[in-house]
Design a protein around this ligand. Structure first.
Ligand SMILES: Nc1ncnc2c1ncn2[C@@H]1O[C@H](COP(=O)(O)OP(=O)(O)OP(=O)(O)O)[C@@H](O)[C@H]1O
Length: 303
């Protein structure tokens, strides 16, 4: 495996009794890449994460972390993990929880840097307070600090914002993007699709334990489109429109496909149509959202 991969797994399978939780799942996370893991409840996301971390033994397949087999404890030393469900020792202060985890990770992180990590997650003022008195969202912020404090090269965040207010969610988004800028890889499991769409480079969609779709956002969301409200369309203008891919026509509205990442098509088309005497009432760029795409994939699989 190349050193450019933070995580890689292939052919992962896990059964619990007769129930198949995960079947033949393969995925990769490159260094500095943010990958979103999406899928309905019970799709197998957490099970895949646990197999990647060597916390659950796969029935088949293999997983590697930062170039080592996932089951080796040394593989996890440079990995930060925010589990979906966790409880910290309620009698410890936030600062003590971080110190404990720095020790467990056998990392060398000064007290000042530990305090900075608490500030990063918005708990700078609460470092001396006992965790038992923390709200759910504050505990989740502390969980994020624990995942980040030992300066990991790969971070797995399992539902990191489920208990957070909108400001907290925006903070997590900024933190994830900041990790990427430092070439830290992130695997993000979240039901908040807008969040995934905003920060992730690639997305893996799990359904019934298997990979239902995977790819970059551009690949998954496909072509962009443009809705035009036009009147006075002459034969010449119709010919000009036919040079694009016309997806739909209903009344005065025409939808054409736009090539991905092409900035020239819209201004050229609009000026050509205007020159040909067409009255242009509206020009609306559009693209299906990740949520629409996800629902489409999952509903198709259920049919
Ligand atoms: N320890 C376990 N014992 C028995 N079944 C399990 C265990 N862990 C997971 N499963 C089953 O495996 C399947 C996948 O569960 P998993 O927690 O991986 O899903 P998920 O995609 O993370 O779901 P959610 O979005 O609800 O967190 C489910 O059917 C679940 O009941």
């Amino acid at each position: 495996m190349g050193n450019d991969l933070a995580a890689q797994c292939s052919g992962l399978r896990k059964r619990y009794g007769k129930r198949t939780a995960v079947e033949d799942v393969s995925l990769e996370v490159a260094r500095g890449e943010i990958v979103g893991l999406l899928g309905p409840n019970g799709a197998g996301k957490t099970t895949v994460i646990k197999m990647l971390l060597g916390l659950v033994q796969p029935d088949a397949g293999q997983a590697q972390l930062l170039g080592r087999p996932a089951h080796e404890p040394a593989a996890r030393e440079r990995v930060g993990y925010l589990p979906e469900l966790f409880r910290f020792q309620p009698w410890l202060s936030a600062a003590e929880v971080l110190t404990l985890h720095v020790k467990l990770a056998r990392a060398d992180v000064s007290k000042a840097d530990q305090q900075k990590c608490l500030e990063l997650v918005g708990l700078g003022q609460r470092s001396g307070d006992r965790v038992g008195g923390f709200s759910k969202g504050m505990q989740q912020r502390l969980g994020l600090a624990v995942a980040l404090v030992a300066r990991p090269e790969f971070v797995i965040l399992d539902e990191p914002t489920s208990a957070l207010d909108p400001l907290g969610r925006a903070d997590v988004r900024d933190i994830v993007l900041e990790l990427k800028s430092r070439d830290v890889a992130v695997l993000l499991n979240s039901h908040l699709i807008g969040e995934v769409e905003r920060v992730c480079d690639r997305v893996v969609i799990l359904d019934h334990g298997t990979v239902a779709a995977a790819g970059s956002l551009a690949e998954l969301l496909g072509q962009r489109e443009l809705r035009l409200h036009l009147t006075g369309v002459t034969a010449e203008a119709t010919q000009r429109l036919a040079e694009t891919t016309v997806l739909d026509r209903s009344g005065d509205w025409i939808t054409v496909a736009l090539p991905a990442d092409d900035d020239a098509t819209v201004p050229t088309l609009v000026s050509d149509l205007a020159r040909l005497g067409v009255k242009i009432h509206a020009v609306e760029p559009g693209r299906i959202t990740l949520e629409e795409r996800l629902l489409g994939i999952l509903r198709k699989a259920d049919q």
